[in-house]
Design a protein around this ligand. Structure first.
Ligand code: GFB
Length: 314
């Protein structure tokens, strides 16, 4: 059990996932959260990370910092996605271990599994065949982080766990016009089309890929639940176990936003993996089930989009 006065470092607290984890921890009464902005601590700089851990010695770490992006960002910058993520993960996990951090949760992504993994994807599909090309670099970095935690557990008896979330969305997402994930991209594009009175919106690919989406506050609750209840070196899938096509998603988002024009498809843009549905049996056996239905989550996300200046990260 994490004690309410334990020192908990949330790496990446300004991102969509890290900020949701902080909200969940505060709501649950944890009082000693430790955070640092990128300006205060560059996680890609080993000496800075080592100095921070040596000084603060957190009891628990949620590793939610990462360079993330949608399908085009991943496809177009594989060197950056591999390097930044690999260096950052190794620095944080290594410094945590050196400074006797009691438990660490490493967050990855469902894209670590093979492109053609049997669906729904079980945790034991890891490394059984080739990865999806558009996100191979990101997936390799995330697999390395997961394995590093597992190797530390095996060699040094640590309690470092990892979890692989499905596609996430919610407050604080990145709305970059080309580098974002599909859900924030659609919210922004449909909203702007509605405002401009445009009759057509172009979406990417064919619309046929199937995806699963989890609201980020549900994800954060699942992370806290794992930190409290799970130990082990095999990763745990975090998802809803439900999927829909990208075409269905566009219709849902258009409905929430109130866009009534046409939806066109640009098939020169990549579809990515055809299907990516997680088997969430292990998570459910551990006692967690998601609560926010997709339509409700999109409504909450759109409200957040309207309430805040649009956030755009490269
Ligand atoms: O969200 P997305 O970029 O992630 O794209 P992936 C999902 C699907 O939505 C793809 C289609 O089939 C896209 O072609 N799509 C349609 C769009 N319109 C748009 C749009 O305007 N923007 C975007 N971004 N997509 C990423 C991985 O894969 O997801 C990462 O590259 C990571 O490694 C992440 O795992 C969760 O599910 O294809």
């Amino acid at each position: 059990m994490m004690e309410k006065d334990a020192k908990i470092y949330v790496a990446g607290h300004r991102g969509m996932v890290g900020s949701a984890i902080c909200r969940a921890l505060e709501r649950e009464g944890y009082t000693r959260l430790l955070t640092r902005t990128h300006e205060e601590l560059d996680l890609c700089r080993q000496e800075q990370v080592e100095a921070f851990f040596a000084q603060e010695k957190p009891d628990y770490v949620f590793l939610a910092a990462a360079k993330v992006g949608g399908i085009l960002a991943n496809r177009d910058a594989p060197a950056d996605f591999l390097y930044d993520n690999m260096i950052l993960e190794m620095n944080v996990i290594h410094a945590a271990w050196q400074n006797r951090c009691r438990k660490l949760l490493f967050l990855g992504s469902s894209c670590i599994y093979p492109r053609m993994a049997p669906q729904p994807i079980r945790e034991d599909s890891l490394l059984t065949s080739a990865l999806e090309e558009t996100n191979e670099a990101y997936a390799l970095a995330k697999i390395s982080g997961l394995k590093y935690c597992a190797y530390l557990n095996a060699q040094y008896g640590t309690d470092y766990i990892s979890a692989m979330p499905t596609n996430l969305y919610g407050p604080g997402d990145n709305y970059h016009p080309t580098h974002s994930h599909v859900l924030p991209a659609l919210i922004r594009r449909f909203h702007e089309a509605k405002e401009a009175g445009a009759g057509e919106v172009v979406c990417w690919g064919t619309g046929s890929p199937l995806r699963e989406f989890m609201y980020v506050d549900d994800l954060a609750d699942a992370c806290l639940h794992l930190m409290q209840t799970y130990s082990g070196s095999e990763t745990v899938n975090l998802g809803t176990g439900e999927e829909l096509s990208i075409r269905e998603l566009t219709e849902l988002v258009a409905g929430v936003v109130g866009y009534t024009g046409k939806i066109l498809w640009d098939s020169s843009k990549p579809d990515g993996t055809p299907r990516k549905l997680l088997d969430v049996g292990k998570l459910e056996d551990l006692g967690y089930h998601y609560t926010t239905k997709l339509k409700e989550g999109i409504r909450l996300t759109y409200q957040d989009f309207l309430a805040h200046p649009v956030r755009v990260e490269r």
